[in-house]
Design a protein around this ligand. Sequence first.
Ligand code: NAD
Length: 307
Amino acid sequence: MKVLVATEKPFAKAAVDGIREIVEKNGHELALLEKYTDAAQLKEAVADADALIVRSDKVTAEVVEAAKQLKIVVRAGAGYDNLDLAACTAKGIVAMNTPGQNSNAVAELAIGLMIYMSRNQFTPGTGKELKGKTIGIHAYGNVGRLVAQIAKNGFGMNVIAFDPFVPAEKLEAEGVKACASIEELYANCDFLSLHIPATAETKGSIGKKLVGSMKKGACLVNTARKEVINEDELIEVLAEREDIKYVTDIAPVKVDEFKEKFGARFFATPKKQGAETAEANINAGLASANQICDFFATGNRKFQVNK
Ligand code: NAD
């Protein structure tokens, strides 16, 4: 089988070497399309591929249409909003992600961004410590859970969380207070760390009402997706509440307006950095290759997301 790795933003070399080793050891062939600049290149490369590994690359309906013998596509990462799942399902293509493989990298970045904002973006002036403050975790999945544990065990923070799909008993057993509602979460934290996926339900859901209810001096930390934010409402509430800060790993569409209006109360990483560690690259890359080989060998669909 031909396994294509198509990455606009390539994996680390060690990850590619590891992927090649797994693919070839299992009797398959590896093809690489790195740093491509046009979707047409992806469409051409995917035409005869049996399996596809991508990172944040967009697997649109046109890409799926161009893939004449594709059986499986794996997003090396957690969020899979870059895959057109309906198009995959319509063609009988199995779509998977690699949950948990980059979570630690993202969690460490979330904590780093909190410190950066608490210390006035490392400019002179009196900052604040994390110890004793309350962090709200919005979605207690792989990343949220790690942020919670680092905040609690490493920094002595109080941790509260809201995730309608995780039982309160699990949170309480891990030393995290379960909030009964999203409103309770936002109104009671000094830092709010966002870890919800971008879905039809969550897109544009974080806006004026929730952010405006946050405590004095609170900071919203986004290592999830820009799409979950209602940007116009966030701009409005940051203008009204001069004590609130916003730090994000995914620059807003209106990044220039945020920078101009809110100065040191706003920071966006120049390019998404969350999963950009050698470790996360290697973990997610190797997991993708293993999942594909296992799928071809045994039909294992454990990480399928278009069931
Ligand atoms: P995950 O799938 O392990 O966890 C997602 C959690 O969200 C689950 O616990 C689920 O129950 C919860 N959830 C779903 N819908 C919800 C809702 N409406 N309200 C509250 N909770 C809800 O994913 P993860 O690995 O923790 O990653 C979380 C998100 O972070 C991803 O979807 C992705 O968009 C983003 N991410 C960003 C980077 C980066 O580079 N910055 C890297 C990895 C992941």
